[in-house]
Ligand binder design. Structure first.
Ligand SMILES: Cc1cc2nc3c(=O)[nH]c(=O)nc-3n(C[C@H](O)[C@H](O)[C@H](O)COP(=O)(O)OP(=O)(O)OC[C@H]3O[C@@H](n4cnc5c(N)ncnc54)[C@H](O)[C@@H]3O)c2cc1C
Length: 431
């Protein structure tokens, strides 16, 4: 019977190597404020090691220089990479470049792959995904307002976007724009590859956020606000068929959510380790914190949440590998909100147990807490995923025709009396 929770020994050896590599080589960099040039310099030799181990760009199929691992193995890798936001750069699968390379691999023409995909995979250029707008609800992309209007054989794009992560250092943007407002809601938008030096494209700022409260421009992880004013692109800019923007983005988002959730688990485990460690050393009111029932509950609850989120995420990855992306829709929505809340809760408890030290920048917890907050609404807010799960589950139910709950005991008792009448009658006759 195939119901196996083990990892094959060869791959477990790779994961073990990754754990040591990420902790020893990458965690120390977190404590420095490195420039883009310094990051690139430090990462080149690390990237070579990753390539030699056959772990580079593992999200892509072998013919594109990736490993074709599938979502389950990728998920296990991302759990390790998620322990620090820097690790994905060493492995050639940092967001949003990894998702964007998947899109071009999926929908790009040979020319688009030559011009954008291969340099992206080599780490020679950067990309960004430009969909969310300040003036329409990102949680409902059918409301997008950015327009792409046909002009000769090319297009003219007008619109206002924000939260285009890495937009201010990207070489090109994948822009989602409405190409046919009369089409059915999910067939209105198309994707375009737009080089960032195209006239009319203006990157106004990187929006200061909880994650990066300081006002700065052109750093990794900056979320750019962008105006598209009469941005003219040729026919070669269209990525995939006209009107296929939503379809393609779903292909990208589903696996991306597995990777997010596994990275969150890496973060949550790191916070959990800090929680446990502190509880064993801090003494207050006559005992160590580890001896207080509340802290014991936090440790047990956090362990249970992490374990549940991990099993749910790996199961979703397994289902995606076994049955395809669409088959795992419900499981992916489940882990998206469950995982985001697990991350939040574990970091919150770890921060609480450290008191003022946890709140200070002497520990990474305050930054982890700020980053984690966004997980509850990017890639679909919790509420939207919950509603989606609920809808899918309710498809398996129907309202009782007579309005009486099917578990109503008096009704069931009447039915049972009929079903077992022979027995009940015999018992009465014997009285
Ligand atoms: C760190 C980070 C990185 C990001 N990177 C990118 C990127 O690279 N490219 C990009 O295009 N975008 C990016 N985004 C934007 C992100 O995708 C959007 O924030 C997200 O889609 C939500 O859209 P919104 O912010 O417009 O919120 P809204 O759509 O305005 O939603 C706000 C709130 O409304 C509530 N809500 C919405 N719908 C429902 C519903 N059906 N039922 C109940 N409540 C509901 C929820 O509480 C939700 O949080 C990023 C965001 C963050 C924080």
């Amino acid at each position: 019977m195939a119901w196996d929770f083990s990892t094959e020994p060869e791959f477990e050896a790779q994961l073990e190597w990754m754990r040591g590599f990420v902790r020893e080589e990458i965690w120390p960099m977190e404590t420095l404020d490195l420039s883009l040039e310094q990051v690139n310099e430090l990462f080149k030799p690390l990237q070579e090691q990753v390539k030699e181990r056959g772990l580079w760009a593992a999200h892509l199929d072998a013919e594109l220089g990736g490993q074709g691992f599938g979502q389950l193995k990728l998920g296990l890798m991302h759990e390790i990479l998620g322990t620090t936001p820097l690790a994905p750069f060493a492995f050639g699968n940092q967001a949003p470049d990894s998702g964007n390379s998947e899109i071009i691999a999926l929908a790009g023409t040979p020319e688009q792959k030559d011009r954008w995909l291969y340099p992206l995979l080599n780490g020679d250029i950067y990309s960004a995904f430009s969909m969310t707008e300040p003036n329409s609800a990102g949680s409902d992309p059918t409301l997008l307002t950015t327009r792409a209007v046909k002009d000769g054989d090319g297009w003219v794009i007008n619109g206002h976007k924000w939260f285009t992560t890495n937009g201010s250092l990207a070489d090109f943007l994948i822009v989602m724009a409405v190409s046919d407002p009369e089409a059915r809601p999910h067939q209105r938008a198309s994707m375009f590859i737009v080089p960032t030096d195209t006239p009319g494209l203006e990157i106004i700022r990187d929006v200061p956020t909880m994650e990066h409260p300081e006002d700065r421009f052109g750093h990794f992880g900056g979320h750019s606000e962008i105006i598209y004013k009469d941005v003219r692109v040729g026919p070669e800019a269209l990525l995939g068929p006209e009107g296929a923007g939503f379809l393609i983005s779903q292909q990208r988002l589903y696996p991306g959510r597995i990777h997010h959730c596994m990275r969150w688990l890496g973060q949550a485990q790191r916070a959990f380790d800090m929680l446990c460690e502190r509880s064993l050393v801090r003494y207050s009111h006559g005992s160590l914190l580890s001896e207080k029932e509340t802290v014991q509950n936090w440790i047990a609850d956090s362990a249970a949440q992490i374990h549940a989120a991990r099993l749910m995420t790996l199961h979703a990855a397994w289902k995606m590998d076994a049955e395809g992306v669409a088959a795992a829709r419900k499981e992916i929505s489940l882990i998206k909100f469950f995982g985001a809340n697990c991350l939040h809760d574990v970091i919150d408890r770890a921060l609480q147990v450290h008191g003022s030290l946890g709140y200070s920048t002497d520990l990474p917890l305050e930054a982890m807490y700020r980053y984690a907050r966004a997980a509850r609404f990017y890639d679909g807010p919790d509420e939207v995923h919950r509603a989606s799960v609920s809808r899918q589950i309710l498809r398996g139910y129907e309202a009782p025709g007579d309005g009486v709950p099917s578990e109503h005991i008096p009704t069931r008792r009447d039915a049972a009396r009929q079903k077992f009448a022979w027995l009940l009658e015999a018992a009465t006759a014997n009285d």
